[in-house]
Write a protein that binds this ligand. Structure first.
Ligand code: PLP
Length: 412
């Protein structure tokens, strides 16, 4: 072995220790140190290849190192990389226009750009406060992010408890319960209801079309804003540009986006639908240094343009349905169902062995995650092929075998 490659190997083995020593421990132990990616594949520092079925948690919609993103980034970086929001840029304006068009937003609508999903929800929360009403509703099992305002809207106690007091006035309703919603809205003092069309972090739990319609109807009746968090479900992930578009006439008053919007480059967005929501945030009441930065906006435009050129919405619907059918057709007694839409899928297991399946999958060269102990989540790049997905479906029963064996071994 040459001295150079010996040093490289030595360095690669050191990396987990260096990670532990240099980074705060919020994420636990990283599963691998990844070195590069291309299409739907990534390689770790040892050179092992993985099929990326998680896409950076529904982020890498065009996979890794997509030429359209590379080109947009380098062209924009050579032109204008960042300006303050005292100035406008063409990519920022074009991306806002594009999003309004894709969201079928009426005239008088507007966009605010942020850098992440949490930040987009913070801005939406501030819009809600500006109605002057004291109460805000969110759903049990919701996830809206980790910053204080977004966390106040997130139901999971383990995330909330260490950080109380959180911004107040938020109440949680059981998803799907129309009566509870009607009762909570009845006093007429609710500023907004926050909801995810499919609760991704909770284990890919879709709201029913009926409940989405009830959300729209009842919030409208009571002058309450309907705020849909499409951070995970938006930008084509479910086979529509936005998941709520699968149900006619449930256009929200405010929608938040991030994840897939930048295909891996950090960007978030808030869309305020119609004139009534447009003016809730007044000049000077909100801001950001990086939000809508020309680099991020140029990448967002490249992602959208590529999705249209390559007909990725249709593709996502088609391969997503095929995947769900193929998993169902396994008729594996340990799989109780497949939830979700398009390429946001939760595979429900009858036993709480999902984390062990994730470990077995990683060993076998597949990246996925377990949002809860009995669910496997898949959110691969939207460019993934049927053949790539089929390699996972074929391997899945063996992965569950390995996980069940490891779990039994561990229990002994
Ligand atoms: C990931 C996610 C967020 C938080 O986004 P960050 O970019 O991590 O701040 C908020 N809402 C939903 C539905 C998400 O999936």
């Amino acid at each position: 072995m040459s001295e150079q490659s010996a040093r490289t190997r030595h360095t690669a083995q050191d990396l987990p220790d260096r990670y532990r020593e240099a980074l705060l421990p919020v994420f636990g132990t990283p599963q691998r140190v990844l070195a590069r990616g291309e299409g739907c594949r990534v390689w770790d520092t040892a050179g092992t290849e993985y099929l990326d079925l998680l896409g950076g948690i529904a982020v890498n919609s065009l996979g890794h190192a997509h030429p359209a993103i590379l080109s947009a980034l380098s062209t924009q970086a050579q032109t204008l990389g960042h300006v303050s929001n005292f100035f406008a840029t063409i990519p920022q304006i074009e991306l806002a226009e594009r999003l309004l068009q894709l969201a079928e937003a009426p005239t008088g609508s507007g966009v605010f750009f942020a850098n992440s999903g949490s930040e987009a929800n913070e801005a939406a929360f501030k819009i809600a406060r500006r109605t002057g009403r004291p109460r805000v509703l969110a759903l049990v099992d919701s996830f809206h992010g980790r910053t204080m305002g977004a966390l106040a809207l997130t139901s999971k106690e383990a995330y909330r408890a260490p950080f109380e007091p959180l911004p107040g006035g938020v109440e949680f309703l059981p998803a799907g319960d129309e009566q509870a919603l009607a009762d909570a809205l009845a006093p007429g003092d609710v500023a907004a209801v926050f909801a995810e069309p499919i609760q991704g972090e909770a284990g890919v739990l879709p709201l029913s079309a009926d409940y989405l319609r009830a959300l729209r109807r009842l919030t409208r009746e009571h002058g309450t804003l309907l705020i849909l968090d499409e951070v995970q479900t938006g930008m084509g992930r479910t086979g529509n540009w936005f998941a709520h578009q699968a149900v006619p006439d449930v256009q929200p008053d405010v929608m938040t986006l991030a994840k897939g919007l930048g295909g891996g480059f950090p960007i978030g967005a808030v869309i305020a639908f119609g004139a009534a929501t447009h003016d809730l945030l007044r000049p000077g009441q909100h801001g950001t240094t990086f939000g809508g930065n020309p680099l991020a906006a140029a990448v967002g435009l490249a992602v959208i343009g590529t999705m249209i050129d390559e007909e990725l919405l249709q593709h996502t619907r088609r391969v997503g349905d095929q995947l769900a059918q193929a998993i169902t057709a396994l008729a594996d007694p340990r799989i109780s169902g497949v939830r979700g839409e398009g390429l946001l899928r939760g595979i429900a297991l009858t036993e709480p062995i999902a984390p062990a399946v994730v470990t077995a999958a990683l060993e076998a060269g597949f990246i996925l995650n377990a949002p809860d102990p009995s669910t496997l989540r898949l959110a691969p790049p939207l460019i993934i092929t049927e053949a790539e997905l089929a390699t996972f479906t074929a391997a899945l029963p063996g992965l569950i075998d390995a996980a069940a064996a490891a779990t039994a071994e561990g229990a002994r």
